[in-house]
Design a protein around this ligand. Structure first.
Ligand SMILES: Cc1cc2nc3c(=O)[nH]c(=O)nc-3n(C[C@H](O)[C@H](O)[C@H](O)COP(=O)(O)OP(=O)(O)OC[C@H]3O[C@@H](n4cnc5c(N)ncnc54)[C@H](O)[C@@H]3O)c2cc1C
Length: 452
């Protein structure tokens, strides 16, 4: 058994969950978190206010025994509610029926719950206000700077896990340490701004509660996810520059006119639109790919530190939790303390899948903003629905990614894209998908599955 503690940098979603896994193995864990304790200080949990949790994220939360507490505050979303420019609504289920759904949860609430759970183990200690600024991999020593006093300290552990998000200090240190290290971010030409729809007076929901609302408008879109208190958090994904962009909506009058024209049915509920549009920051959206994720027995990256992705599949956190589950399984397989073998196995299993979900997420951006409202896409969705309800072993691409954690992201991408191409071609040629030969299509899909 290790004597020196495992160091985790970052008490975010992945870092806190990983600490619970390691604590349950009896390992001592020291977490260094740059921000103050969000349970005591009113700070933003960072980025989106709420998140979609789905089966890949649920599985690890089940494994460590916290899922019931998490689900107590979740709002089920069994499908998308599409809002047309005219305000017409159309509900499109995500899965074959209402038993398949994703869950809207509070980012801050979940992060706090995981920290509290981690600290309930006597062998876990979280040090807040401690920003990792440097790492000596030879001695497994991190240097930290105190957020308030600016005091510099060092701490030595047996190994270092980087759960410190997209701008990871551990990844930066690996980049300095390992010759030929590769790290690249592909930025989208779109950013995002959060807006809100408050709960109605009786704490009721102003829009359908059990849905992820989308206003798809080609080059941009607005989405809204429900919160347990009756409010919705909306996110506008919008170009930075151009004719219709954050840059061009540069006066309250333009913002008002634009929203009334494009998102007319949302406007009466966006009661703080002007204030929020003027004051809320524009967040950046990028896909990070890096390699390696590990350094011998010294370090491994998890979560966004290894693979920050754009949020259009709602999978960043889910993928991060899946990293923790896989890393834990690799530690179990190779024995506690055999870090280099466990890390190597983890990287072999996860890197390919981190890349795959990164690609899928960018592809889904195009699907959500352009295709969701496209007639052929809608026919394809109807056909997928028929197939899902007729054949238990057929899963659409969305379902493979979201509801089938036993299928890796890489397989979900390859199989899903081939299925999509086949079904879109078929749907282009018919008015009514009911006229298609469903058993014959199923046989073609089975052949595709066998070939992936
Ligand atoms: C707009 C938006 C919407 C999203 N929606 C979804 C969704 O619906 N579903 C989903 O699954 N995912 C979603 N995501 C992705 C999700 O937010 C991330 O994948 C997830 O937060 C990754 O968790 P993490 O713990 O790796 O990183 P983070 O949550 O970023 O946590 C990193 C932690 O490390 C700390 N830290 C950073 N640097 C240091 C340092 N130098 N020293 C010490 N501590 C440090 C930070 O303070 C933070 O606490 C969304 C992302 C965005 C931007």
């Amino acid at each position: 058994m290790e004597k020196a503690p495992v160091i985790i940098v970052g008490a975010g979603l992945a870092g806190s969950l990983m600490a619970i896994y390691l604590a349950q193995k009896g390992l001592a864990v020291e977490i260094f978190e740059s921000r103050p304790d969000m349970r005591k200080t009113a700070i933003s949990a960072g980025r989106s206010i709420n998140l979609a949790l789905s089966d890949r994220g649920i599985l690890p939360l089940q494994e460590v025994g916290v899922i019931d507490k998490v689900m107590a505050e979740a709002v089920k979303m069994p499908g998308r509610m599409l809002h047309s420019v005219e305000g017409k609504l159309q509900f499109a289920p995500y899965g074959k029926d209402s038993s398949q759904y994703i869950n809207s949860i509070s980012r801050g609430g979940l992060n706090q719950l995981l920290m509290t759970e981690a600290e309930s183990y006597p062998n876990v200690n979280i040090r807040f206000n401690q920003k990792c600024t440097d790492i000596n991999f030879d001695t497994c020593t991190i240097t930290t700077e105190d957020y308030t006093t600016k005091a510099i300290k060092t701490f030595t552990g047996c190994t270092i896990i980087g759960g410190d998000g997209a701008n990871s200090s551990v990844r930066n240190a690996l980049e300095n340490e390992i010759e030929g290290y590769k790290a690249n971010v592909d930025w989208l030409e779109h950013g995002y701004k959060e807006l809100s729809i408050p709960a109605m007076e009786d704490a009721d929901f102003a829009l359908e509660k059990n849905a992820l609302h989308i206003w798809p408008r080609g080059n941009y879109m607005l989405i809204a996810l429900p919160n347990a208190d009756g409010s919705f958090t909306c996110t506008l994904f919008f170009p930075y520059h151009g004719e219709i962009s954050f840059e061009s909506l540069n006066s309250p009058e333009k913002v008002q006119a634009f929203f009334e024209k494009q998102f007319g049915d949302a406007v009466p509920h966006l009661v703080n639109l002007q204030e929020e549009f003027a004051n809320n920051p524009v967040g950046k959206l990028g896909t990070l790919k890096c390699y390696p994720w590990i350094h011998s027995d010294k370090a491994a990256l998890i979560g966004d530190a290894a693979h920050a992705i754009v949020p259009f599949y709602g999978q960043g956190m889910n993928a991060s939790f899946e990293d923790c589950r896989v890393l834990n399984a690799c530690i179990e397989e190779h024995g506690v303390g055999n870090w280099s073998a466990a890390y190597k196995a983890y990287q072999d299993l996860r890197k390919i899948n981190g890349d795959a979900i990164g690609n899928l997420a960018v592809e889904n951006f195009h699907e959500m903003r352009d295709h969701v409202a496209d007639p052929t896409f809608r026919k394809k969705r109807t056909l997928e629905h028929i197939l899902e309800n007729t054949y238990d072993d057929y899963h659409s691409k969305y379902s493979l990614v979201t509801f089938q954690p036993a299928v890796s992201y890489a397989v979900a991408r390859d199989l899903g894209n081939q299925q999509d191409a086949l079904l879109m071609d078929l749907c282009k040629e018919v008015e009514d998908v009911e006229s298609l030969d469903i058993p014959a299509i199923y046989e073609q899909l089975k052949a595709l599955k066998a070939s992936v």
